[in-house]
Each structure stands twice: as C-alpha cells, then as structure tokens.
Design a protein around this ligand. Structure first.
Ligand code: HEC
Ligand code: HEC
Ligand code: HEC
Ligand code: HEC
Length: 452
C-alpha cells in the first residue's frame, strides 16, 4: 500500500511533464508575439491579382481589409489604447494585443506598435488571405484573444479536399469551416478578465449553434462558381463578404417590429398603452454584438394627432437592476478617456445623444470606478445585458396619458428601431468621421387609435 501511494504521484508527475513536449501546446495568443516574420506571409495582391480575383475584390471592400487602417480603429488604438497602456501597467498588454486580431502579421512579427497607417507598411494588410489560410487550429479550451495557431508557409488550408494550385500546396482543414475559427478573434477577454467581445459565445449558446449553422453561413454565403480563375465549377463557393455593422443592408430588417394599442378608441385625459414586439429574425448572436461597448440600438415611439402635432412617448420602466443604462438620458459618461487624453478631472461627455426616454438595447461596459466606458480594455464589470438574443422576442410598453387638448380623429403611433455604430457625442469629441454615427433605420411599424 505504502509503495503504491508513493509511486502513483510520481507517475502522474512524469505524465504531466511528458505530455506538452510530445503533442500540441502550440504557440498561440500572447506567446506568439514576435515568433514570425513579415516575409513568411504572401501579400493579398499575390493571391488576388490573377487567381482569386473575386475573393480579393470582396475582401477589399469588407472591414477585414481595413481592421488596422480604418479611421476609427486608428484613433482608438493610437489616441486611447497606446497612451493608456503606457500609463497604466494593468492594461500595458493591449499595446501589442490589439494587433493580435487587427493586424495579426504585425503582431506575429513583433512589431509593437506597428507604423501608423499613413506609413503604408505591411501592417496595413490587416486580416488578409494568408493570415486565415495558414491557421491550423487553436490552443486552449475556448477560442478567444487570437489563440489561433499560425503556420505560414507553402501550404494553404482550405475547405476542400484535393484542390490543386500552381502557386502553393493545399490541404483540407475542417477547422476553417467552424465557428471556433472565427471565435479566435470574435471573443475577447480584457486585462480584468471580463468578456468584452463574445460574438462566438453568444452564438454558441443560441439556436444556430444547435442547428449547425456557423458564422460562415451568414457572413461567407455559398454560391455556384469558381474559387480561382483556373479552378473547376463548384455548387457552393464561400463568398468572402464578411458583411456586418458597416453594411446597412445587413443591419436593416434584423429585428421585426409590431406595435398595438390596448384600446382602439379613447378620450383626451385617458391612458393608452402601446406594446411593441421586437423579434430578432436575422442575427446568429445577440443584436448588437461585437463592439457592444459602442453600439446603440434604440426604440423611438411617436404619436401624430389629427392636426399633425407630434408627441414623443416614453418607455415604461420594467424595474430591473441597472435599467437606467437602457433608457436614453441627459447624463455624462466615458470619463476614463481622461487618462489617455491627459485630461485630469475630465467630466465626460453625453452618454447617448438620442431622445430621452427611448428604450436602448445595449450592454453597458463599466470602468474600475463603475462609470460607463467605451475603452473595452479598461472594463472591470458589465451592466445589465439588455440586447436582443437570436430569435428572441422582447416586449416594450409605452403608456401615454392623452393630453386634454388632443383633437378628435385618428392618432398614428409609429415605433422605429434605430441603429448607430458609435454614439454621436463620441464621434464629435474624438474627431471620428461622421459616418460612424450615421443612423440606420432597422425597422418601423405603425398603428392607429381614434380620439373621440
Ligand atoms: C443566422 C445568421 C448569422 C449567423 C449564424 C451569424 N451572424 Fe453575425 N450577423 C448577422 C447579421 C444579420 C448581422 C447584422 C446585424 C448586427 O450588426 O448584429 C451580423 C453582424 C455581425 C457582426 C457585426 C457586429 C457589429 O456590431 O459590428 C459581426 C462581427 C458578426 N456578425 C460576426 C459573426 C460571427 C463571428 C458569427 C459566428 C460565431 C456570426 N456572426 C454568426 C447574422 C449572423
Ligand atoms: C477572416 C479569414 C479569411 C480571410 C481574410 C480570407 N479567407 Fe478565404 N476562406 C476563409 C474561410 C473560413 C473559408 C471556408 C469557408 C467555408 O467553406 O466554410 C475560406 C475559403 C476560401 C477558398 C475556398 C473557397 C471554396 O469554397 O472552395 C479560397 C480559394 C479562399 N478562401 C481564398 C482566399 C483569398 C485569396 C483571400 C484574400 C483575398 C481570402 N481567402 C481571405 C477565411 C478567410
Ligand atoms: C485574425 C482575426 C479574425 C478572424 C480569424 C476572423 N475575424 Fe472577423 N474581424 C476581425 C477584426 C479585427 C474585425 C474588425 C474590423 C474593424 O476594425 O472594423 C472583424 C470584423 C468582422 C465583421 C464585421 C464587419 C463589419 O461590417 O463591421 C464580420 C461580419 C466578421 N468579422 C466575420 C468573421 C467571420 C464569419 C469569421 C470566420 C470565418 C471571422 N470574422 C474571422 C478579425 C477576425
Ligand atoms: C480578440 C481579438 C481582438 C482584440 C484583442 C481587439 N480587437 Fe478590436 N475588434 C475585434 C473584432 C473581431 C472587431 C469587430 C467586432 C465588431 O464588428 O463589432 C473589433 C472591432 C474594433 C473596432 C471597430 C469598432 C467599429 O465601430 O467598427 C475598434 C475601433 C477596435 N476593435 C479597436 C481595438 C483596440 C484599440 C484594441 C486593443 C485595446 C482591440 N480592438 C483589441 C477583435 C479584437
């Protein structure tokens, strides 16, 4: 007995030591910094000029090709994240880490920080062909924080067996066709251990994962054609669309709306309750998702009386903890931008920039002092997750005390769901191109009551 108990821990220890050297434990995530060189990767022009012309042109107009150069990315990285990393040791890692997803080749080459976009360096290639097509898998249990395993070289991984190319070897990779592949960049845990981006995790707990519908089915849709100029026809070639928040057509119609009153006829002074049903028919994750710290989705309800006077209706409170974050208000936020901007005692700027009293579907990110932030790397906790899940229906009510002077005749009540990538006060304050605050109408619906 004694001998056995003495031996078995040693045996276990030996096993533990030998496992990592034998199989896996590939270098990925933070550990991969500086483990490759720029010239190990083929340029997107090499792939796209004579062979993969359509994919190249699709990619060029997707955000993937601008993940490093897009104006708002440049501003957030160079004006906020880098100076913040230099001041606060807790977030020092983001100076390199942002690029693990936004320009993986520069990260793998150990270029920290990479030259600014205006220098036109290879960092500008962002998330390009050879980054994705040389990934062999991911390290760890949960795909997140660029924990993909990169193996650049002559072998390109793709979804099909037996693809022949004059330019490189090809090998089939199941992994590329999974949502886990996308999750390596579309899940992010910040230095405080908070999930600040969780598109893949939201998908995984929703209906589409259960039905076997990965990200590719909605963002890289399949069509008959050729995957390269010299390739044979296939019935299902993956289109490199990667369309999302920057494609208004993708956003429009995501949520269906219906509004109805509790009575059809009423007299001035009475109260009428309008209920809006919002059904998420389109997204495979929550809406909004991804950079949820800065996305605004809000429900505006307006009544127009028989004489054309317009009244804004305010959402009824439900009474959940943190609900104030989900109702448009005249209040200040984002005070922690004062750290990187060197503005001590910065009072913040307007939180929403939308009508007060409108319902907002959002996930508030809170800094270590509990104030709302868009600096996702400085998020120490989250507020209530009041976004609309895949195939979820939410009901909102707007109770209206009819004004005493309301003229008789029809009143049309219209519910409109709006979407904005970045709140307007932030766009103005940080000098981000105005189009990032363009309002997209997701959907609208109207109903009518009669005033007696
Ligand atoms: C059933 C279809 C569907 C599936 C599956 C799906 N999406 Fe989406 N996705 C959408 C739609 C529609 C939008 C546009 C509305 C929006 O912005 O959420 C979108 C938006 C996005 C955005 C932009 C979000 C933003 O605010 O910038 C990203 C990023 C994204 N999807 C990534 C993914 C990833 C990663 C997966 C898999 C884990 C995935 N999607 C699965 C339909 C889908
Ligand atoms: C963000 C990662 C990513 C980027 C960037 C990317 N691809 Fe892909 N590509 C994929 C995935 C994922 C698939 C497989 C999708 C599936 O079948 O589910 C794919 C499929 C392909 C295929 C095979 C298509 C088929 O259906 O047979 C080719 C060829 C290809 N990509 C070339 C390119 C080229 C060229 C570029 C650059 C212009 C590029 N890819 C950029 C992820 C990427
Ligand atoms: C190497 C990291 C990486 C991988 C892998 C990756 N993405 Fe992305 N993706 C990004 C980054 C970074 C952005 C943000 C671009 C920007 O700065 O707006 C992005 C943006 C997007 C968007 C939003 C575009 C918009 O209009 O706002 C969609 C949709 C998307 N990715 C889908 C996918 C899908 C589907 C996969 C898997 C097939 C995938 N991504 C794999 C890094 C990645
Ligand atoms: C784990 C991967 C990952 C890391 C690390 C990461 N990002 Fe991103 N980032 C993404 C993806 C994916 C998107 C696209 C999500 C979406 O469309 O909402 C994105 C979107 C963005 C956007 C664009 C939002 C918009 O409005 O389109 C900005 C700006 C940004 N990131 C900046 C940063 C900065 C600064 C850092 C470092 C502090 C960082 N990111 C770290 C993956 C990452």
């Amino acid at each position: 007995m004694k001998i056995l108990t003495a031996v078995s821990p040693l045996f276990v220890l030996l096993l533990v030591i030998s496992v990592p050297t034998v199989a896996q434990n590939p270098v990925a995530g933070d550990q991969a910094l500086g483990t490759k060189t720029y010239d190990q990767f083929a340029k997107p022009e090499f792939c796209g000029t004579s062979c993969h012309i359509d994919f190249y042109q699709q990619w060029r107009q997707a955000m993937m090709s601008q993940a490093y150069t897009h104006a708002w990315d440049e501003i957030e990285y160079f004006k906020l994240a880098v100076p913040h990393a230099d001041i606060d040791p807790k977030v020092a890692g983001v100076k390199a880490g942002c690029n693990g997803c936004h320009t993986p080749m520069a990260f793998l080459a150990g270029d920290v920080p990479p030259p600014k976009p205006e220098a036109n360096s290879r960092a500008n290639e962002s998330v390009f062909c050879d980054v994705c097509h040389t990934v062999t898998g991911y390290a760890g249990d949960v795909p997140h924080n660029f924990n993909f395993v990169s193996d650049p070289g002559t072998v390109k991984y793709g979804p099909r067996e037996g693809a022949k190319s004059p330019a490189h070897e090809t090998r089939k990779s199941e992994f590329l066709t999974t949502a886990d592949f996308c999750g390596t960049c579309h899940n992010e845990k910040d230095p405080y251990g908070i999930w600040v981006k969780s598109t893949h995790l939201e998908w995984k707990e929703g209906p589409y994962a259960k039905e076997g519908v990965p990200c590719q089915h909605c963002h890289m849709t399949f069509a008959p054609g050729r995957s390269a100029a010299m390739a044979p026809e296939q019935p299902d070639v993956a289109q490199h669309l990667f369309h999302g928040a920057h494609d208004n057509g993708k956003v429009r119609g995501t949520i269906e709306l219906r509004v109805h009153p509790d009575v059809r006829q009423a007299e001035p002074g009475e109260r009428v309750k309008f209920t809006v049903a919002l059904f998420n028919q389109k997204t495979g994750h929550k809406f909004p998702t991804g950079s949820a710290e800065e996305r605004l989705v809000w429900l505006h309800v307006e009544a127009t009386d028989a004489k054309g006077t317009v009244y804004q209706l305010r959402v009824d409170r439900k009474g959940f903890a943190g609900e104030d974050y989900t109702i448009g208000a005249n209040t200040l936020a984002y005070q922690d931008m004062g750290i990187p901007l060197h503005l001590p005692d910065f009072k913040g700027i307007q939180r929403d920039g939308i009508p007060e009293g409108d319902r907002i579907f959002r996930l508030p990110y809170l800094d270590p002092q509990g104030r709302m932030t868009i600096q996702q790397w400085n998020t120490a906790s989250l507020g209530p997750d009041y976004r609309i899940g895949p195939r979820e229906t939410k009901l909102e009510t707007y109770t209206w005390s009819l004004p005493a002077n309301l003229p008789s005749g029809p009143v049309v009540v219209k519910a409109t769901l709006n979407y904005q990538k970045l709140p307007r006060p932030l766009v103005e304050f940080l000098g981000v191109p105005a189009e990032e605050a363009d309002i997209v109408e997701v959907n609208s619906h109207s109903t009518t009551i009669t005033i007696l």
